[in-house]
Write a protein that binds this ligand. Structure first.
Ligand code: NI
Ligand code: MN
Length: 230
C-alpha cells in the first residue's frame, strides 16, 4: 500500500483504486507549505476527532473532490451543518464495509472539542481492513490497553502512530503501542508541527530500531510503500 504524508497527522493511503485521506491539516501548517491542499485527491476523508489540527482542510477538500467524510456521529453532524452531504457516521466499536474495505472506529484517549466550541463527541482511531492489507491509525491518543485488542484480531501491514508527546503518546509509548497492536512497521505522525511536540528524529529512530520496529519519518509530500503482511 502506498502512503503519502502531508505533514502533522495528515496522510493518504491508496487502496482499491481509492484514495483514503486522514486528518487533513495542511494550509495552516508551516511545515507543509510545499504541499498544495487544492491538489490532494480524496475519495474518503477520515477525521479522528474534532481538533483543528485534524480537520482544517477537510471541508474544502471534501467539497472539491466529492469525497465522503467519515468520523464519529457528532463530527459528521457538524460537517453536515456546514453543507457537506456525503458523510458517514461511526461510533466506537462499530465497523462498516465500504467499497475499498472495512473500517472500524476504535478507542482513543484524548479530547475532541470542535474549532467553534461545539462538542465533537469522543475521539477515536481507525482500523482499516482491505484486500491489499490492513492498517491502524491511532488518531491522537494516550497509550491504552485497548490497543491489544487490535493486535489480537487484525494482522496489520502498518500502523500510523502519534509520537510527538505532550498532547499524545511520545516515542516510548508509541513503541509500546506498536507492540500492543503487534505491528513492526510504523509511520510516525503528530510531531514537530508545534514547539511542544518537537522531537529528536535520530533518537526516535534509534529507540524504535532497538525495539526491532521500523519507523518511517517522512517529509511532507513524500511517499512510502508498505508491503502486504498476511
Ligand atoms: Ni487533538
Ligand atoms: Mn492533534
Amino acid at each position: 500500500m502506498k502512503v503519502t504524508y502531508y505533514g502533522h497527522s495528515c496522510f493518504s493511503v491508496a487502496v482499491a483504486d481509492k484514495t483514503l485521506l486522514f486528518d487533513p491539516f495542511i494550509t495552516p501548517n508551516e511545515l507543509a507549505r510545499g504541499v498544495d491542499a487544492k491538489k490532494i485527491p480524496a475519495d474518503y476523508i477520515f477525521v479522528s476527532h474534532g481538533h483543528e489540527d485534524h480537520l482544517a482542510d477537510a471541508l474544502d477538500i471534501a467539497k472539491r473532490t466529492g469525497a465522503t467524510l467519515v468520523s464519529n456521529y457528532e463530527i459528521t453532524v457538524w460537517f453536515g451543518k456546514k453543507g457537506l452531504e456525503k458523510v458517514h457516521p461511526l461510533n466506537h466499536g462499530g465497523a462498516r464495509a465500504f467499497d475499498f474495505g472495512r473500517v472500524k472506529f476504535v478507542n482513543a484517549i484524548h479530547s475532541s472539542t470542535l474549532p467553534d466550541g461545539a462538542p465533537g463527541g469522543n475521539p477515536g482511531g481507525f482500523v482499516v481492513e482491505t484486500h491489499e492489507g490492513n492498517f491502524y491509525y491511532s488518531g491522537d491518543t494516550a497509550l491504552t490497553m485497548d490497543m491489544k485488542l487490535i493486535g489480537e484480531s487484525t494482522r496489520l501491514s502498518f500502523a500510523v502512530l502519534c509520537i510527538g508527546g505532550n498532547f499524545t503518546m511520545g516515542v516510548d509509548d508509541a513503541i509500546k503501542a506498536a507492540q500492543f497492536v503487534r505491528c513492526n512497521r510504523v509511520l510516525g505522525v503528530h510531531y514537530d508541527t508545534f514547539p511542544p511536540i518537537r522531537i529528536d528524529h535520530q533518537a526516535a529512530m534509534i529507540k524504535f530500531k532497538a525495539a526491532d520496529i521500523n519507523l518511517q519519518l517522512l517529509r511532507p509530500g513524500k511517499t512510502c510503500t508498505f508491503r502486504l503482511r498476511r
